[in-house]
Write a protein of this length. Sequence first.
Length: 424
Amino acid sequence: MHTRPEDIVITSDNSSRLCARTIKADFPVLSQDINGHKLVYLDNAASSQKPQSVIDELSRFYSEDNANIHRGLHTLAERSTNAYESTRKRVAKFIGCQNPDEVILNSGTTAGINLIAYSWGEEHINEGDEIVITEMEHHANLIPWVILAKRKKAVLKRIPITSDGRLNLDDIENIITDRTKILALSHMSNVLGTINPVTEIAEIAHKHGAIVVADGAQAVPHMPVDVSTLGVDFYTFSAHKMLGPTGVGVLWGKKELLDKMQPFMTGGEMIREVHFDKVTWAEIPHRFEPGTPNIAGVVGFAAAIDYLENIGMDKIRQHEIEITRYALEKLSKIDKLDIQGPTEPDIRGAAISFTDHNVHPHDISTFLDSKGIAIRAGHHCAQPLLRILGKVATARASFYIYNDEADVDALVQAIIEMKKYFGV
Ligand code: 7TS
């Protein structure tokens, strides 16, 4: 069921393009009709669909290997532990990390950012210190810092956005100062699609002695990411947005920082020695993985990474640049439709937010669903950003490896029909 090199179609301009139709056949959920129409799934920024190989691996694990990890001495326990730990190595390689101990497996991006805000933040943030975020953050990379700033009487500062949805770095030297202890920013915005110049901004933060956390929830599924050259200290992402199971995620952190951090959550399998009056912690990564994790999900995640690597992250990025270019071009021709975010596909991902002058985003989504098209409408867990954009909600179509121009055409056609239906 894996996509093979022969599935990559070479076009006349020599750029390799994905054959989305072949890829689609690997995803059983996509073969169904919704409301009498072939499903067009454009809600990938919320969660991606799963290829048969991931579904099979979950089933295989439960059918053949299932046992708890890091504790049993019997054969199934050993197999489960090996499968779980081999995903850790797989993830490390996928993101360019040399030491798998720097990879903490958890429930998702939200868990990773909360861990840093509590473990690192509790120890290092003091009254009057500055925490810098951006105006385009998802609540997962916003609320933990709002709470930390309140708890510690620290100052929360933010990098503003430009009218075309990029970070405005004009005043960056005044925003990031010697009082800045931490900079937390998204690598790719889930609303605007913007790919932020993380390396450039991280360099400024490091010059002032701050640490840098990047939220890679929208980036890792869609483009090559190499933490060894990105220039950040912590990086977080979620398996479910990159073909993997839900409830699995990754926090990558530099060993020298993780080694010094106290655990955020305590319990089984994260200790060295426990007494009634004293506890010592296990080494990383186990110190930050208390309790029984989503073992099957982690094992299935390796199959998702296999699937993506088999295609190649460079090719995935190229495919999405092309589909984004096509979608922006088509959508921008629709009357009274506003598109958010940068207009150049080279500096953005394939999540495209838009609003109609007359039809509420929820009604857009409901109408599109009646045509079998799944998009998301709402504030996308970025209320402060939506307020800045002057919107209560937007409609958002987000594309992935199994989407092609025909899906864009279906979206555009349905929006045109919707406007006719509402008479606007
Ligand atoms: N950060 C970003 C940039 C995100 O887009 C999301 C999820 C998260 C963090 C949280 O990830 P989780 O896996 O821990 O939940 N974004 C969305 C979205 O845009 N629509 O639904 C979920």
